[in-house]
Design a protein around this ligand. Sequence first.
Ligand code: EPU
Length: 433
Amino acid sequence: MEKFVINGGNKLNGEVSISGAKNSVVAILPATLLADGVCVIGNVPNISDVTAMLEILKTMGAQVKLVNQNTYKIDTRTVSSDTVPYDLTRHLRASYYLIGALLGRSSSAKVAMPGGCNFGGVRPIDQHLKGFEKLGATVTMEENAIVNANAKQLTGNSIYMDIVSVGATVNIMLAAVKARGLTVIENAAKEPHIVDLANFLNSMGADIRGAGTDVIKIRGVSYLHGCDYSIIPDQIEAGTYMVAVAATGGNVLIKNVVPKHLESISTKIVETGAEVIEYDDSIRVISNGRLQKCNIKTMPHPGFPTDMQPQFAAALSMADGTSIISEGVWDNRFKYVDHLVRMGAQIEVNGKVAVITGIEELKGAPVKADDLRAGAAMIIAGLIATGRTEIENVIYIDRGYENVVEKFAALGADIRRVIFEDDPIIKGIRSAG
Ligand code: EPU
């Protein structure tokens, strides 16, 4: 078992470079299934969600080659299957993008429902399936767990999304890009990774307009070629370092970012009293580590991102005054609060609202990463706490943060990845050969 061990109290100083965006790359890798040629994709983060998605593509028959540290050459022309079993999809939530990509590629997809972070209880995909059906696919569920989608010929249509969904917007774009005629997605998600996917598909010859607004128009094309593309920087990874610096105190230049994508996060950091200076492709955060309370309501982009609320909750648990966080995207995203409370935080959760009464001191404790962003919150809590914090379940953090221990350590944090050799489960596996 691996844990992160943190001795809190150090200020963060120096520079950190942000990796490619997880939520872009997990959509763009399946999108390579639509290309009749080689895609060269740069700025691919070295995270376990990427490893899992590349393994799926390889198992399906794609040729995947690492060209240099963060660049992959992917040729999916050798893929012959339209079926993805559960032992492949169970590792990451975004494997449901294979439904849209395979449907767009060959009008047929049979994909087992995925695993991944499960902070919100059930994570429905009704809007994805509704979109596929609107494009002319017949969708059935086998054993409640395998999506089977087929069409003679996908045909463009007007699709109004009942709720704003990142995943459904991506999946419908993937399915519609080679459909006959015009598809219009209304009430579409506007996240930077939606725009990134549209730019990637357009680089392959697609005709997609309006990505980044709530109406996306896709005129189907019959052929998509390979392309060279570079993934955008990860907005949430950047935001996580920004909050960490604000909370610990220090002065850090966060490089390789798009400041415009960070506006909602920067605004809140400034409200807590830290200083944020924007440059063209970097951002500096300066803080004395004494934060003021602030209130946050999470919303789809350009609102404040839900994927940043756990990190803010950790920071605000030591702010002056009482902060209120309202979760507006997921039904239940406060599971991590129990761990902060174990460290001494005063947080009351009532449904989708958390009330955080700032205290003088968090105390290091053994805690768990219940999901990816909950794990990021535990790191921040550990950095500002007095004493030693041990974080279990770091596999969740490795899903979305490249070299997180190395990056924080380079900024001056006392953080280590420790492999507990005496873990009974690991011992059992070893002795079983
Ligand atoms: N929803 C439905 N029906 C659907 C789809 C979604 O009711 O068919 C609901 C969800 O239950 C949720 C809301 O709509 O309440 C928004 O869900 P969305 O579909 O936008 O989320 P997602 O696509 O499953 C992506 C990110 C999440 C991020 C959310 C919201 C990826 C791979 N994941 O999930 O990122 O929290 O958008 O911004 O892009 C993370 O990175 O840690 C993470 C969980």
